[in-house]
Write a new protein. Structure first.
Length: 83
């Protein structure tokens, strides 16, 4: 290859939403939790990139209201619905 492979869909989504936004804040969520909230921009244009530092970990892109826009890793849970 020529070394210019296409970015992953997640990376493309990050670029789309975080382009031209500055990292404004980084906050550890909870006292012992291994979760960090990186806030890019402020006000209604703010976006949050949540970093989970667990075994597999994850990155979650959210809007200013913490609505999920993209996930690096998705996880399917077994159905637990009672019949």
């Amino acid at each position: 290859g020529d070394g210019r492979s296409m970015p992953s869909p997640f990376a493309s989504k990050l670029r789309k939403h975080l382009r031209n936004l500055r990292l404004e804040n980084a906050t550890q969520l909870g006292e012992l939790d291994r979760v960090v909230d990186f806030r890019f921009g402020s006000g209604s244009v703010a976006h949050h990139l949540i970093l989970e530092l667990y075994a597999q970990g994850n990155l979650i892109l959210c809007d200013a209201e913490y609505r999920i826009l993209a996930l690096l890793r998705t996880h399917e849970y077994a159905s637990t619905a009672a019949s």
